[in-house]
Design a protein. Structure first.
Length: 531
């Protein structure tokens, strides 16, 4: 026993410790349980509280949900009501749209009807205007015809009164005829009107300065006051006209020569005069003379020549060709010498210009264009007979041939040939001025022809007591100048505006009422002719 006292002590202590530990453990376990229960109670109470809260919340939520359902129902009912209202409004809008569409259709139809009515009105107005225009045109045509006939009648009466010596009344009648013609767009070149105008405006002046036949007239400048004339009696005069008075300066006066043509170099102021005696005179500015013999018989013409292609001449020189009846010569104007001559196998009957190139008409029915001294183109004359004069319009659409027997052939467009008769003997010169054709003849008459008329007939401008050898226009084409067999120089006014102005200035009074009623007509309103 004594051996194991400490063991028992130890065991006892251990047992105590174990019991104590067990007790402690048991106490701790109970405590934990109690604590756990308390915790569970807390949790339960919390849960219970939370459940109550949740129930309260749920109740509130149910109340809210119920309120929301009520509101939703109200909103749904309101929405349905709005839908019904919207549907009604849509139906109303649709009905209004249909009504608007119908109204638009009605408006379109009304517009179409209005347009149709407007078109009908326009057509009716246009028809009315056309009828009115036609009526006015008919009236104008009637007035034009009546006044044109009246104007021609007045022209005839003017000529009659002029020949009877009643010049003052003739002037009134002629001017009135012209006035009505212009007012109603008539033809001022109608025979009686133009002749009465030319007669009463005193359009012709005659000077007798030369002996022998006056063969050519050449102007110095565009003013038409200074010019040169020549004659078959060996005379070459320099002339100046002022206020219908002519002064002449003798350049050559030698009956041993027979001058047929003069040409003026306007830049140099040099006059070239061709004598049929085979001589060329060069007349300088100061009147200096140089006589150049030419080995070509019967000289009749001088024309400038383009010799630029001629290898035998100075390309910078100035050249002329002298034409005789059976030959030609090349003249160098720089050295005043003849540099070449040749004979022609035909007789030259007349000389003119075609396409601004000299053309010769021979006695064998041929025409020869002289492009240069050595460049000659020969073709047949397109008309039968002996050509003594030729001219063409500026646009080259009209060609006119004057014949030895007085016949004139007018060719338009190189096809249509019209034979004109109005002269009794050789045609000496022809000139075209626009649509007006002027012709002169050895029968002593100067005629005017209107080439644009359906029937082309001559209108006598004036007559002379001898052959008309030559004529020309001044550069402004106000006057026509003629030279005749007796040496007379005749200047005739051909510008209608100048004639009318001259006649107007000559008028001394107006018609009396009695004169107006008798000559013009009491159905025509009286007018003062003179301002």
């Amino acid at each position: 026993m004594k051996k194991y006292p400490k063991l028992f002590t130890v065991l006892g202590a251990a047992l105590l410790v174990a019991v104590g530990t067990t007790g402690f453990l048991m106490y701790g376990s109970e405590h934990q349980k109690r604590m756990a229960l308390e915790e569970e109670m807390k949790i339960l109470r919390k849960q219970s509280n939370e459940s109550a809260v949740m129930q309260s919340i749920n109740a509130q939520m149910e109340e809210i949900a119920s309120e929301e359902r009520r509101i939703s129902d109200e909103q749904r009912d309101a929405a349905r009501q709005q839908t019904r209202v919207a549907e009604q409004e849509r139906q109303n809008a649709e009905q209004q749209r249909r009504q608007a569409e119908q109204e638009r259709q009605n408006a379109i139809e009304a517009e179409h009807r209005a347009i149709e009515a407007s078109e009908v009105a326009k057509r009716e107005r246009l028809t009315a205007e056309q009828q009115r225009s036609q009526a006015e045109l008919s009236k104008r045509v009637t007035d034009t015809l009546n006044y044109t006939i009246l104007a021609r009648t007045l022209g005839t009466k003017a000529i009659t009164q002029y020949y009877s010596g009643s010049h003052e009344l003739a002037e009134l009648l002629a001017y009135t005829a012209t006035m009505f013609t212009e007012r109603y767009h008539g033809d001022i070149y109608s025979t009686t009107i133009y002749q009465s105008l030319a007669m009463t405006s005193q359009n012709k002046t005659v000077w007798n300065k030369h002996k022998g036949s006056l063969t050519d007239i050449a102007f110095y400048d565009n003013l038409g006051n200074d010019f040169v004339t020549c004659s078959t009696y060996g005379q070459v005069f320099k002339n100046r006209v002022d206020d219908d008075k002519m002064q002449s300066e003798t350049l050559i006066n030698d009956p041993n020569y027979d001058f047929r043509d003069v040409y003026i170099d306007r830049k140099q102021g040099i006059v070239y005069a061709v004598s049929r005696t085979s001589h060329l005179f060069v007349i300088g500015k100061g009147g200096t003379l140089k006589l150049v013999p030419v080995n070509v018989p019967n000289l009749i013409r001088i024309e400038p020549s383009d010799e630029s292609a001629n290898a035998n001449v100075n390309p910078n020189g100035k050249y002329y060709i002298l034409y005789g009846e059976r030959g030609m010569a090349l003249f160098d104007a720089t050295s005043n010498t003849i540099i070449s001559e040749k004979q022609l196998p035909y007789k030259v009957m007349s000389i003119s210009l075609k396409d601004n190139v000299t053309i010769l008409f021979d006695d064998q029915g041929q025409q020869h264009q002289i492009f240069s001294f050595d460049d000659v183109k020969t073709t047949p004359v397109p008309v039968s007979g002996q050509v003594t004069a030729y001219d063409e319009s500026e646009d080259k659409r009209i060609m006119v041939y004057g014949m030895n027997d007085g016949t004139i052939y007018l060719i338009k467009q190189q096809e249509q040939v019209t034979k004109l008769t109005g002269h009794r003997s050789r045609i000496s010169k022809i000139k075209i001025n626009g649509q007006r054709l002027y012709t002169a003849s050895y029968d002593g008459t100067m005629n005017l022809w209107l080439t644009n008329m359906a029937k082309i007939e001559p209108m006598g401008l004036f007559t002379t007591q001898g052959w008309i050898i030559n004529f020309t226009f001044d550069n402004k084409r106000i006057f026509i100048w003629t030279g005749d067999q007796n040496g007379n120089l005749t200047r005739a006014l051909i510008s209608v505006p100048t004639m009318i102005e001259r006649l107007k200035n000559k008028l001394k009074r107006n018609f009396t009422r009695e004169e107006w009623d008798y000559y013009v007509g009491n159905n025509i309103p009286y007018e003062k002719i003179k301002d």
